[in-house]
Design a binder for this molecule. Sequence first.
Ligand code: ADP
Ligand code: MG
Length: 292
Amino acid sequence: ATPTSIMVGTGRGAEMGVLFRKGEALQLLKDAAVVAVDKTGTLTEGKPALTDLELAEGFERGAVLAAVAAVEERSEHPIARAIVEAAAAGGLELPAITGFESVTGFGVRAEADGVAVEIGADRYMSKLGLDVTAFADTAARLGDEGKSPLYAAIGGKLAAIVAVADPVKEETPAAIAALHELGLKVAMITGDNKRTADAIARQLGIDEVVAEVLPEGKVEAVKALKGEYGKLAFVGDGINDAPALAEADVGIAIGTGTDIAIEAADVVLMSGSLKGVPNAIALSQATIRNIK
Ligand code: ADP
Ligand code: MG
């Protein structure tokens, strides 16, 4: 492409809220065969709400929710806010917390009034040597409903299964349909539960799902998808998306996301809307076509 056509294309992108931080990205995007997308905060609002809480025998709802919320008050994860809000809505008094720890990719732990409390994914419970099969049917049902199941352990015993649901952003279905119309495949990469991710992917018509990915695994997932499809654009918003944004042929950050993601990206969607992705690809195709 000529410098002039790149300048024109970059200007047109800016008008539609798509910031090309590198002119190269405008040229590369037209060759993308697959768009890999982070789930939480990118396809979804990133604002989950607590939807379900089922207790193990011998545990009481208010006490479990208060203990778990007290621990989650120390966490920055969107899941944490959902749980803290549910406890606040119930007017629960929270116990005192000591020894808070975030176990990246697994969950969080602390002592609440001196009693150990752990909350996180099923793999966290496995790590702790706790058997979650008593909740297998519930977990499967929650996952099929697109909700994310989490487990709480109190005093070294499995206490409850909790679910949070994160609504899909309003513009997500149209953005995915537009990518398909442009002839691209769409893949989802997430740390969330496989069953939950599959349910959301089915609902959105997403072609491939890579789920239960640990934070450092996103780069590996991007490499594998590149090998499978060819040129890849990755779209993400979080701190843990930065390495994947750098690894992609074109990294696209949601403008409302974290600064670290934005800095790692070649393209920034200023409006925060995922529709900027097909718009940017269509613009790249048009820009390059025009100068031929
Ligand atoms: P993601 O951005 O996909 O949620 P993370 O690596 O942040 O990826 O988290 C992976 C998984 O670990 C989550 O899906 C959840 O099951 C569990 N987890 C992480 N942080 C928390 C937390 N504060 N409370 C409960 N579970 C958590
Ligand atoms: Mg995210």
